[in-house]
Design a protein. Structure first.
Length: 540
């Protein structure tokens, strides 16, 4: 698959001729309209980036061009490929969104604008609020197509990170590991996650990268001969048992993922059983269980290491049967047994459902499919509770009660019956995100508030003492009135004073029940004290 081939890795660093045919030739079944649209996007972006140069010295257009090739390689619809081509023209070539709208219509213009906005979400080095950052990121995207383009954009940037000046490199590398790779993981895009992680690992943690590489090599991690031998032997055995319709593939664990696991296992590589895996891909789910029986008959399994993610899919939708077996040469190997569809999903996740399908590939069908893909791992009970919680607007930080990633539960529109065939937004719209904003404290902490919240709500969300003594507020470094409507990504600073106190005016400006309750409490208390006082004043 193009984004993950050696050819793609070479082209990421060394530009090809950047001809539109390179993009088109990656598509399995482009229509005439697709070809026309992509060619228009190509000409437009190429013209707008004309004369611009990347850190690598390559023409700027090399970057959107590769992003578009990645999208074409995984068979995304033509409109998304065009968004890949155009994704930097607003930010880096000063093109007005209206111009994109005029040339390419509302849908493409909206997607380009959203991808541009995502560029403003920056990792601020605060590990403890990474989950909030991910939510902010997801909130800013709102449409999963935006996220898929953004991930491919980041994949190319990760592969060219060594060209970027050192002071920027670490931030981009950490941002990739803490935000982008986990999002890819949550969307089930296993291949993208791995490529992102391994691309930036040496830049984020150079010493650890060297250490892990050495451990990996000393353990024979790169010993592909052993893997090929086991692979051949297994194929013969399975075929001998009468199973003929299957194919297999090897995979070696990514170094970053190995690093994380080594940390959990006290750096003892003998405790890690999935450095090598063989994948066995069969036609049906029933075949998966049949193959499991066959392989356990050939090689003894390690007790307690057989996992049925078919019956119990992982929270991100991953399905497979895993087992670890003794290979008879003193070593072990992990086997991953799955069907073709499961295999595609394991690699591309949600994107596998947007993939252009010539036969019955209506956009609506793909969206419905994506919707059910997300739904399958969101327990209905949690879904309903989660929505209620999210819309109540009074709890800034929700506890996660299940393995299902909390934010992904909100990524599905609650009104499934209202599926609108024309706009993707109405299909997979994050209802939750339409009602929430994410703003930062000056230190980089993220506060989650309902839409239209004011600095007063922000202050009370931090602490009631701060709320009760608001003297003023700064938004993004500038003085702002207390009734300012906060927006996603704003940095809010509250000035306090002992003399400042809540008033009836504050009550009208507050949006959250939390802030209103504190203000009311204060007003009631001060009234009961103030009433006799003011009465006394009148007498004087
Ligand atoms: Mn870009």
């Amino acid at each position: 698959m193009y984004p993950f081939t050696d050819e793609a890795k070479r082209a990421a660093v060394t530009p090809t001729e950047l001809r539109v045919e390179e993009i088109l030739s990656l598509l399995h079944t482009p229509s005439k309209a697709d070809i026309k649209l992509i060619t228009r996007g190509y000409e437009f972006a190429k013209g707008k980036h004309n004369g611009q140069v990347r850190y690598s010295g390559a023409p700027y257009f090399h970057h959107p061009f590769e992003t578009a090739k990645y999208l074409a390689g995984i068979q995304m619809p033509a409109s998304m490929i065009v968004v890949g081509l155009l994704h930097d023209v607003v930010e880096d070539a000063g093109v007005a969104p209206e111009e994109i709208r005029a040339h390419f219509g509302d849908d493409i213009a909206m997607l380009v604008e959203s991808v541009t906005k995502l560029g403003t979400v920056r990792y601020r080095g605060m590990k403890r609020h990474v989950e909030s950052l991910r939510k902010l990121f997801a909130a800013t995207a709102r449409d999963i197509r935006v996220m898929v383009v953004k991930l491919m954009d980041r994949l190319h940037n990760a592969r060219t990170l060594h060209f970027v000046p050192e002071h920027k490199r670490e931030r981009i590398a950490l941002e990739t590991l803490e935000i982008y790779a986990p999002i890819a993981d949550r969307l089930g895009m296993g291949l993208v996650k791995r490529e992102l992680e391994d691309g930036v690992f040496p830049h984020a943690y150079p010493a650890e990268y060297k250490k892990v590489s050495k451990i990996f090599n000393d353990a024979g991690g790169g010993d592909l001969k052993r893997l090929a031998r086991i692979h051949r032997h297994m194929r013969e055995k399975i075929a001998a048992h009468g199973l003929t319709q299957f194919h297999t593939a090897c995979r070696v664990k990514g170094l970053y993922s190995l690093f994380r696991k080594l940390e959990r296992k006290n750096w003892d590589i003998t405790q890690i059983f999935d450095i090598w895996a063989l994948r066995i891909i069969v036609p049906t789910a029933a075949d998966c269980y049949a193959v499991l029986g066959v392989v356990h008959g050939i090689w003894p399994p390690l007790p307690g290491r057989t996992k049925d993610y078919l019956a119990f899919p992982k929270p991100n939708g991953y399905r497979s049967i895993h087992t670890t077996v003794l290979t008879g040469d003193g070593g072990v190997i992990e086997l991953q047994i799955r069907t073709e569809a499961m295999h595609r999903e394991a690699q591309l996740g949600i994107a596998s459902h947007f993939a252009y399908k010539g036969q019955r590939g209506s956009v609506r069908g793909a969206h419905r499919h994506a919707l059910s893909w997300i739904r399958q791992f969101i327990p209905a009970r949690l879904w309903v509770e989660g929505m209620g919680n999210a819309l109540s607007g009074s709890t800034p930080h929700h506890a996660t009660e299940s393995g299902a990633p909390e934010w992904i539960r909100y990524m599905v529109d609650a009104h499934e019956g209202d599926v609108n065939p024309h706009t993707f937004l109405n299909d997979i719209k994050a209802d939750f995100f339409n009602h929430r904003i994410f703003v930062f404290t000056p230190r980089g902490d993220v506060i989650d508030l309902p839409i239209d919240s004011s600095p007063i709500d922000f202050a009370y969300a931090i602490h009631s003492d701060i709320g009760n003594h608001i003297a003023g507020a700064k938004v993004n470094g500038k003085m702002a009135t207390l009734n300012t409507r906060l927006k996603n990504g704003d940095i809010v600073e509250i000035m306090t004073s002992d003399k400042a106190h809540p008033s009836g005016k504050w009550l009208r400006m507050a949006k959250t029940t939390l802030a209103k309750r504190h203000i009311r409490n204060y007003l009631q208390k001060s009234m009961s004290h103030a009433a006799p006082l003011s009465a006394a004043r009148k007498k004087l």
